[in-house]
Design a binder for this molecule. Structure first.
Ligand SMILES: [Zn+2]
Length: 85
């Protein structure tokens, strides 16, 4: 199953919240950075802006119970698609 990576924080997903055609976002929120798919990650500029805010506020998990015990923020951030870095 193909993985999809959050354009803001790099969290991996089993399915794309942008839909199979990558053009139909479901407007759910990233469990890590809290970005709304289809809004905060609609463009590289908006993704970078939301990422900067998220990092500046301490990079907390939007759903803290989803945070892995061994979370490695740097490794996750490295997974951000190149066009959105
Ligand atoms: Zn995210």
């Amino acid at each position: 199953m193909p993985l999809w990576f959050c354009r803001v924080c790099g969290l991996d997903y089993d399915e794309s919240p942008w839909g199979p055609d990558e053009h139909t976002p479901d407007h759910t929120l990233c469990g890590c950075c809290g970005a709304e798919f289809g809004y905060h990650d609609a463009t590289p500029a908006s993704a970078r802006q939301f990422r900067a805010q998220w990092l500046a506020s301490g990079a907390g998990w939007f759903y803290p119970n989803l945070r892995p015990a061994s979370w490695q923020p740097a490794e996750q951030l490295a997974q951000i698609p190149v066009a959105y870095q």
